[in-house]
Ligand binder design. Structure first.
Ligand code: CP3
Length: 357
């Protein structure tokens, strides 16, 4: 009947991904689950692609490859979130900061930025011009995943991006960015401001092209003392959130900052919808400190995936019990580690999807 067809169409339209319902605080039957770095080298299928396309930049900047790699974990594990295969550094070349990601070495910035004159050379990011493949890939992913999971976008936080471009790559002591922060703060602030407006625009672009939630990675916030976090990261994160909320008030924004146990209350001040916890903080205590309105994600030590299946099950149940019902996305406290047995990842998802509150 026509009435039936209309009702069915309405029901289909209303079938929002579990992850979005959970973030909004709706009554869900279990926590949604996805894993940071769920696409990557622990998967045999990814390693096969790496053999054929050895350049990370090619794998992450070609629409077909981005879609194929993003869908690899989706095809095997059916997570509740499908994150775009890309990198936080991907926007850099469009900002006039040449870089590469080299096997065994990690990210390399060819001309590290340490002076006001160099900051002046950094261009504002125009995603539609510089990374059209990201928009195309997100659009295809939305079609492929078809609301059975949420398609997730992401950006790097200004401070974390600045760490890479000032240090010239990964760093142990962060002495170059700290020299800049503590002796020429104005130079660092002008760089942070460029990343802030650029990443706000990038989040909007991702949402306009199909991302249903976006995660901000402040992986190196852990290097900042609370007073320095308040100066060099918090205001910029807040500015990104404020800017995005103006145009996309419904878009859930997740904030991950590793080593952030000492910063949790400050992370909440950014205005994000979800705080992603690492494993140095107890989930029940994190919940209490963040308050009932904040959704939480994460918390399981990625190293748990090297344990026995029984151990993995135990730790999932522990986190879920401590997080309580609703407003919880089950995830790891950081990305999956290279070498993690795929069958343990499969077990993680199986247990996670079998949970009922
Ligand atoms: O989660 C996902 O599956 C989406 C893909 C994703 C990648 N990088 C792919 C990638 C995401 C979300 C990122 C974010 C990212 N990139 C972060 C924030 C998350 C975190 O771990 O804190 C950071 C700090 C980076 C910078 C970066 N890119 C590093 C430190 C490395 C590792 C270098 C190395 O050789 O191990 C990369 C490269 C990278 N990005 C890889 C992957 C799967 C590994 C290299 C490869 O696959 O060839």
């Amino acid at each position: 009947s026509i009435g039936g067809a209309v009702a069915e169409a309405k029901a289909t339209a209303a079938a929002e991904p579990l992850l979005l319902n959970a973030v909004r605080g709706e009554d869900v039957e279990r926590p949604p689950v996805w894993l940071m770095r769920q696409a990557g080298r622990y998967m045999k299928s990814y390693q096969i692609i790496c053999e054929k396309y050895p350049s990370f930049r090619e794998r992450s900047e070609n629409v077909d490859l981005v879609v194929e790699i993003s869908l690899q974990p989706w095809n095997v594990f059916k997570p509740d979130g499908v994150i775009l295969f890309s990198d936080i550094l991907t926007p850099l070349s469009g900002m006039n900061i040449p870089f590469d990601i080299v096997k065994g070495k990690g990210p390399i910035i060819f001309d590290p930025i340490r002076s006001a004159a160099q900051v002046d050379q950094v261009r504002e990011f125009v995603p539609e011009d510089s990374v059209p493949y990201v928009g195309e890939a997100l659009t295809i992913l939305r079609k492929e995943v078809d609301n059975k999971a949420a398609v997730l976008g992401f950006v790097g936080a200004p401070f974390t991006l600045a760490s890479y471009v000032v240090e010239g790559g990964s760093s142990k002591h962060f002495s170059k960015i700290k020299r800049l922060a503590f002796s020429e703060p104005k130079v660092l602030h002008s760089l942070l401001q460029k990343f802030t407006s650029s990443m706000a625009r990038y989040v909007q672009y991702q949402a306009d092209n199909g991302a249903q939630a976006v995660q901000i990675f402040d992986s190196w916030a852990t290097e900042l003392s609370p007073v320095d976090f308040e100066e060099f990261s918090l205001p910029y994160l807040k500015q990104i959130v404020d800017t995005v909320k103006k145009t996309h008030p419904e878009l859930p924004i997740i904030l991950y900052a590793s080593g952030s146990g000492g910063l949790l209350e400050r992370l909440a001040l950014t205005g994000v919808d979800v705080v992603s916890l690492d494993w140095t903080v107890d989930m029940a205590e994190g919940r209490k400190r963040l308050g009932a309105n904040m959704a939480v994600q994460g918390n399981v030590d990625p190293g748990v995936l090297f344990g026995s299946k029984e151990f993995i099950t135990e730790r999932i149940n522990d986190t879920v019990r401590k997080a309580g019902r609703g407003k919880h996305i089950l995830n790891l406290g950081h990305g999956i580690v290279v070498g993690t047995p795929e069958e343990n990842v499969a077990h993680f998802f199986e247990v996670a999807k079998g949970i009922r509150y």
